[in-house]
Design a protein around this ligand. Structure first.
Ligand SMILES: [Zn+2]
Length: 119
């Protein structure tokens, strides 16, 4: 189990999550799925270590992740998949931009301030 003094260790692969751009936790925070007040208490993961979400990132800069099992895109409704690809890819692009946007943590979520590329 992750402990506070272990830093940002990925609970899936056990390696450190060294950059916010690789953080599944912050991706979900940007997407509005994780509230700020619990952000510091949840286990950290790499984006790629959570295939159920990472499979929806469709960007040339992101090597596609395949998700097996009942949550695989191929098993789901195409309209839902298209919406998720749009939503998650937008969040992922914002996550990549955060280091140069100069935002405070409460400003990270897409719902608070749009990223410049969304304007
Ligand atoms: Zn990992």
């Amino acid at each position: 189990m992750a402990r506070c003094d272990e830093g940002y260790r990925c609970e899936v692969c056990g390696r450190d999550v060294e950059a916010i751009a690789d953080s599944d936790l912050y991706l979900r925070y940007v997407l509005g799925e994780v509230p700020l007040e619990v952000l510091h208490r949840l286990p950290e993961r790499h984006v790629r270590c959570n295939p159920a979400l990472a499979q929806y990132v469709t960007d040339a800069a992101f090597e596609p992740v395949a998700c097996d099992g009942p949550f695989a895109k191929s098993e789901l409704d195409p309209a839902f998949v298209a919406d998720e690809e749009c939503r998650v890819t937008r969040g992922w692009r914002r996550l990549q931009a955060i280091p140069r946007l100069g935002l405070t943590v409460p400003e990270y979520p897409l719902s608070v301030t749009p990223a410049p590329e969304d304007l």
